[in-house]
Design a protein around this ligand. Structure first.
Ligand SMILES: [Fe+2]
Length: 335
């Protein structure tokens, strides 16, 4: 009975969050339908919305609404795409390989972002992977102009191309930045120089001249009001980078997640670099900054302030080695 109660609460929460996401994406019919389902399961939440938003789940939606309103004020739109929800949807007809790739994409829970300047309608796609057709369809539907593709780091699930072993022998190719570049040859491909070899390894058609290197501090403008600044944050990979938009929205790739950080035990990972990136570089970003992570691990967004209180930006002091600092930090999950 208790399990059932819990399941119903989780479902109601999922519907409530999906409703808010649909609302943010301008899918109002879907937003209303999900909100109705949520309220049918938890009628008290509707009351909380109408009165004081005491329920933590409703508070999340209210906070989200505030973030969206602030984005709108500064002429910014953030479109967060999740495989299985927005893209990489079950293909029509018989596409056994594509279906498998999409199933895999749903399991990987990568977020792909469109960062849009509302004045010019220009946008940057961040970590275009898994379903280039789906991503381009959203760009077309929203009548946006794709100005650049940025990669937070060179891992296959953020770039596409040849999957890692043992799947590499199957001649399967996942659409990603290589495919985007083939279709749009003049599109700048914004990559940190240290991760270019890894991107090129899974996308051998990409040559050095196809990349636009983004060293720390590199900026890209989408319009008069929208500036994207690239921050080098090594640790997960040598060339990991975060995109800081208008000094208050951070696209953190696999460097920072709500309550955790990216793995440091994969090829090219460095615990010492990760500690430095988190404790020095990202901790210097303003607390009110909203963080959009590279995967759906622990939530759709967080903030720098929240991660300083209870995440991997908690100050751990300057004493001791990087290992000591990591030890003080690492009592939470790492993805
Ligand atoms: Fe990664």
């Amino acid at each position: 009975m208790e399990d059932e109660e819990e399941r119903s609460e989780v479902c109601a929460l999922l519907y409530s969050n999906r409703s808010a996401a649909a609302f943010a994406l301008g899918k109002y019919t879907a937003a209303i339908s999900d909100a109705e389902k949520s309220i049918a399961m938890r009628p008290e939440w509707a009351k909380a919305v109408a009165m004081e938003p005491n329920d933590p789940h409703v508070r999340v939606s209210c906070e989200r609404a505030r973030i969206m309103a602030r984005n709108e004020e500064m002429g910014l739109r953030v479109i967060q795409l999740l495989p299985g929800r927005d893209i990489a949807l079950k293909p029509k007809g018989l596409h056994p390989i594509r279906s498998k790739i999409f199933e895999f994409a749903v399991g990987m829970q990568n977020y792909i972002y469109l960062v849009v300047d509302s004045d010019t309608r220009k946008c940057i796609v961040v970590d275009a992977c898994w379903d280039v057709d789906g991503i381009l369809a959203v760009i077309e539907r929203e009548q946006l102009l794709l100005a650049a593709a940025a990669i937070t780091h060179g891992h296959f699930d953020h770039t596409g191309g040849i999957p890692p072993a043992p799947f590499s022998s199957l001649r399967i190719r996942v659409t990603g930045v290589g495919e985007l570049k083939r279709r749009l040859p003049h599109l700048p491909l914004l990559v940190h120089p240290l991760d270019m070899p890894e991107v090129a390894a899974s996308n051998p058609q990409l040559k050095p001249q196809h990349f636009t290197p983004t060293p720390n501090g590199f900026t890209f403008r989408l319009g008069q009001r929208t500036e994207v600044k690239f921050m080098h944050t090594p640790g997960h990979t040598p060339g990991s980078q975060c995109l800081l938009v208008n000094e208050c929205r951070l696209f953190s790739g696999d460097t920072l997640f709500p309550g955790s950080c990216g793995r440091v035990d994969l090829k090219g990972g460095s615990m010492a670099d990760m500690v430095e990136s988190l404790q020095t570089r990202l901790s210097a970003v303003a607390d009110a900054t909203i963080v959009y992570p590279g995967h759906e691990y622990g939530g759709e967004w967080t903030s720098i302030g929240r991660e300083k209180k209870r995440g991997f930006l908690r100050p751990v002091g300057t004493a001791g080695s990087a290992q000591d600092k990591w030890g003080r930090l690492d009592d939470g999950p790492c993805r």
